[in-house]
Design a protein around this ligand. Structure first.
Ligand SMILES: [Zn+2]
Length: 179
């Protein structure tokens, strides 16, 4: 099975059938969803999207520019993008275009909060494209932790208020995270 850059298997567009597969994750408090890997990995990315929506900037203004799964190489490269494994999400993509310096579209305070959140809440399991050393990709967040580490964290975050809201909005997700 081909894998994306972070080692997770590339998935086809199916949301039914055996794991690993995709799930259409609703972001609570918005009328938007993200197509992401089912289970812990997708849960963590939706948890981040929900936090971002509440604390950084709203996701549901303007055009729909939240993107999850896509079968594509990294733009300008032959490596399979983490979007192909459903382990990456783009948030407010039209406001934070690829290649535009992170601090052109986020305030220093917002950038600091995002970094702090990823380090302390997500234990470094999610990486921000806004911190890429080369071409910045400030819309982009991707899972870089192992499945085991993601499962461990997801089981903790499931019990928080935000986690419970996400699970309530996504029937069936809890069972996959616990399986
Ligand atoms: Zn992306």
């Amino acid at each position: 099975m081909p894998t994306s850059q972070n080692g997770y298997p590339a998935l086809d567009s199916s949301t039914t059938g055996p794991l690993p597969r995709l799930r259409r994750w609703t972001i609570p408090g918005t009328h938007r969803h993200l197509l992401l890997r089912d289970g812990a990995v997708g849960f963590l990315l939706v948890f981040l999207a929900s936090w971002f929506h509440g604390k950084i900037e709203r996701l549901d203004l303007g055009v729909w520019d939240e993107w999850g799964w896509a079968a594509r190489p990294i733009r300008g490269s032959s490596t399979i993008s983490n979007h192909a494994s459903g382990t990456a999400a783009d948030l407010d993509a039209t406001r934070h275009p690829l290649g535009v310096p992170t601090l052109d579209t986020f305030t220093p305070r917002q950038a600091k909060r995002i970094r702090r959140k990823l380090r302390y809440r997500f234990l470094g399991l999610i990486r921000w494209g806004g911190d890429y050393a080369g071409r910045p990709d400030a819309m982009h967040f991707e899972v870089v932790g192992s499945l085991r580490a993601c499962e461990r964290l997801a089981r903790l975050l499931m019990k928080t208020r935000r986690g419970r809201r996400i699970l309530a909005a996504n029937p069936g997700a809890r069972a996959v995270i616990k399986s």
